[in-house]
Design a protein around this ligand. Structure first.
Ligand SMILES: NC(=O)c1ccc[n+]([C@@H]2O[C@H](COP(=O)([O-])OP(=O)(O)OC[C@H]3O[C@@H](n4cnc5c(N)ncnc54)[C@H](O)[C@@H]3O)[C@@H](O)[C@H]2O)c1
Ligand SMILES: [Zn+2]
Ligand SMILES: [Zn+2]
Length: 367
């Protein structure tokens, strides 16, 4: 079938094209897109910080309605509302162990441009194949996804579904880093560095977990105001305050038990490590490319028994975690809708521009 997709054929560029989309294979679903969020990783992909082979369609927070299912799909039926999340190989020991975020083929699955079977589903007008990111490529009017990275979303309208795009990546990453990786006991302190969707999800996750001090750090005042609205107990403006000194002041000189780095700036990891309490856990989720920082092994890590760990997609199994996040949303404990700003698909350049200028926290394209 013919669809319209926002195709990237060179670094930093997007163009609308008529694209031929294949039929879903046995284990796949054809989804009519309702909306797709923009996450910083889309920018990283379009700008080739994560070099996918040209040409490709970005977009990895798609939500939509199942139009058709492959012969082997029992979990979905036409008409189901779904969110698309990150893919995994399904075969390696970690996938078999319900830890798809740790899939041994993770990088290829997310940024290899192809689907689970290492083939592509889109073709341009010149007949050349077009890849996708995250096994979905949701900057398109329709797409194909594997049933394994497709999750049913139990809501009553497409409008409500469009509110929930970010469950597929940004919210899952921030909330999951807290709820699945840190698992803080109630009362423990948490600092979140970088208040985009991922950081805000960390703040909301901290509140759900019952954290005591929840400290949000950003360099933009409006982001800090939003952090307070979402559950932060303290905010620090990294532009004009000494972040480590303020964190030590708030925590009576102890440092924080848990921290999330979601600013995209590698140097912030140094600030995070200098802010940790003994036996603290510092979780890095930023995509930093080849970013490097000096680490003082003895002072920052060994002596205080600090854990520095990375986390992909909030260490979550989307089939389990996204329905949990949806429940929190329905209970009013995860107000992800507060972050959204909607754009028509045709205005994708404006949405990306606003995201870049921090004029939108979670731009969402509507189809
Ligand atoms: N590991 C994963 O699975 C995963 C998943 C999703 C996103 N990501 C990455 O997480 C990061 C956050 O994503 P996002 O979509 O929320 O990004 P975003 O751009 O919306 O948010 C980043 C925030 O960091 C703030 N910031 C920038 N410099 C700062 C500094 N020096 N100190 C404090 N704050 C600073 C910005 O003002 C902004 O509010 C990105 O790098 C993204 O690529 C990783
Ligand atoms: Zn795997
Ligand atoms: Zn993302």
């Amino acid at each position: 079938m013919k669809i319209t997709a926002a195709v990237t054929r060179e670094k930093g560029k997007i163009s609308f094209e008529k694209v031929e989309l294949a039929e879903p294979k046995a284990n796949e679903v054809l989804v009519k897109m309702v909306a797709c969020g923009i996450c910083h990783t889309d920018v990283a992909v379009i700008e080739q910080f994560l070099p996918i082979e040209f040409p490709y369609v970005a977009g990895h927070e798609g939500v939509g309605v199942v139009e058709k299912v492959g012969s082997g799909v029992a979990e979905f039926a036409p008409g189901d509302r779904v969110a698309l999340s990150f893919p995994s190989c399904g075969k390696c020991c970690n996938c078999q162990d319900s830890r798809p975020y740790a899939c041994e083929d993770n990088f290829q699955m997310l940024f290899g441009g192809h689907y689970r079977d290492h083939t592509k589903r889109m073709k341009g007008e010149d007949g050349g194949e077009i890849g996708v990111m995250f096994g979905q490529g949701s900057f398109a009017t329709y797409t194909i996804a594997d049933q394994s990275n497709t999750v049913k979303i139990d809501v009553d309208s497409d409008e409500e579904l469009a509110m929930l795009c970010s469950l597929g990546c940004g919210i899952q990453t921030g909330a999951g880093s807290v709820l699945n990786r840190m698992k803080p006991r109630p009362g423990k302190s948490l600092a979140v560095f970088g208040c985009g969707t991922v950081g805000f999800a960390g703040v909301m996750g901290g509140k759900i977990a019952g954290c005591g001090d929840i400290i949000a750090v950003d360099v933009a005042k409006p982001r800090l105001d939003m952090a307070m609205e979402l559950g932060a107990t303290h905010v620090i403006n990294g532009k004009d305050e000494d972040v480590v000194a303020r964190i030590m002041e708030i925590t009576s000189g102890k440092g924080v038990n848990f921290a999330l780095e979601a600013s995209g700036n590698p140097n912030v990891t140094t600030t995070m490590l200098n802010s940790m309490a003994r036996e603290g856990m510092a979780v890095l989720v930023s995509v930093t490319g080849p970013g490097q920082i000096p680490v003082e092994l003895e002072r920052q890590i060994m002596n205080p028994s600090v854990t520095l760990t990375g986390a992909v997609e909030g260490c979550s199994n989307p089939k389990v975690f996204i329905p949990e996040l949806l429940k929190f949303y329905k209970e009013g404990r995860l107000p992800v809708d507060k972050l959204n700003k909607f754009y028509e698909f045709k205005d994708i350049e404006k949405a990306l521009h606003d995201f870049h200028e921090a004029a939108a926290i979670k731009p969402i394209l509507k189809f």
